[in-house]
Design a protein around this ligand. Structure first.
Ligand code: AKG
Ligand code: FE2
Length: 310
């Protein structure tokens, strides 16, 4: 059941009033787990180049795409290869994607990223690396505001090692327009919550993204998330929900096939794999004890990926 469009809060990353911004973020994360982010420093022109290059990759012959098929969670995943809703019997999702992990100059764990051949797409790698660095920076600034929003020191997530070589994954997504329309069994992206800390999503102005604010309510109510030009759609992931003892919500979302082709770019900002995710002191008390045991970030993510690609 889908209904009206949702009015999500708009957060200004550059506002000089950090305390009031942090308060607005707190409210948004408790109420929706989603908000728009503006003034994040990434120009329209760079988004345009990212989508242009992304489009070129997905237009290559399938054999070319498959030469960089996903290894070590980096590279190409074909249509239907992934099912984000691991609990349902729906078919695989009608999307294809490309994952880019931490860049060589940021990561210590070697050269795992795969790139389309420069002979075919000469500007591809530099465009994606440029975008990766910029969105990572915006994400780190946002995380410091999230710390303030949780009544913590603004460098809290740095001090616990989350942002020291964070596990950032840029994922380019392509939903072909003609697939799955009206088929109850096929989603562009089936219902899921994201796994990590926060996600910064940039999308073309094509409808399809929906959120479900109450996951346990039946029937589930799905609301459209309208596009705002130049704004990121940010959402809280499951690890941040664990960290905050469910104060901040990791909200279910999905992408419906609408008959129109859609490109998006999701940046998943996840903690360094060795960082322990443990209920924050500011989010528990004697009457509200921690709901989850501490867990190593890398172990948590590995298990979630294992289930998604099972
Ligand atoms: O493409 C979109 O708009 C959403 C993608 C998404 O939710 C995801 O990849 O986790
Ligand atoms: Fe998602």
């Amino acid at each position: 059941m889908a209904n009206s469009a949702l009015q999500l809060p708009i957060i200004d990353l550059c506002s000089s009033d950090r305390i009031s911004t942090a308060q607005s973020i707190r409210q948004a994360c408790m109420e929706f787990g989603f908000f728009y982010l503006i003034n994040h420093g990434i120009e329209e022109e760079l988004f345009k180049r990212v989508f242009e290059e992304s489009r070129k990759f997905f237009m290559l012959p399938f054999e070319e795409n498959m030469k960089v098929v996903r290894k070590n969670h980096r590279g190409y995943t074909p249509l239907y290869a992934e099912k984000l809703d691991t609990s349902s019997s729906t078919k695989g999702d009608s999307k294809e994607s490309f994952y880019i992990g931490p860049l060589e100059d940021i990561a210590t764990f070697g050269k795992l990223n795969q790139w389309p051949p420069a002979e075919l797409l000469p500007l591809w790698r530099s465009t994606m690396e440029d975008y990766y660095k910029r969105v990572l920076n915006a994400g780190k600034t946002l995380i410091s505001l999230l710390a303030l929003a949780l009544n913590l020191e603004e460098d809290f997530f740095e001090k616990v090692g989350a942002l020291d070589q964070p596990n950032g994954f840029l994922r380019l997504l392509h939903y072909p327009g003609e697939l799955g329309i009206g088929d109850q069994q096929i989603y562009g992206a089936s219902s899921h919550s994201d796994y990590g800390m926060i996600t910064l999503l940039a999308a073309e102005d094509v409808a399809g993204l929906q959120v479900c604010r109450e996951k346990s309510e039946q029937p589930q109510v799905w609301e459209d998330v309208p596009h705002i030009k130049g704004a990121f759609i940010v959402n809280i992931g499951d690890m941040m929900e664990r960290w905050t003892n469910c104060l901040f919500r990791s909200t279910l979302h999905r992408v419906l096939p609408t008959g129109r082709e859609r490109h998006s770019a999701a940046f998943f900002l996840d903690p360094n794999p060795d960082c322990m995710v443990e209920c924050l002191k500011s989010c528990c008390s004697e009457s509200f004890p921690p709901r989850y045991p501490p867990i190593r970030s890398g172990d948590y993510l590995e298990e979630r990926f294992r289930l998604t690609y099972a």
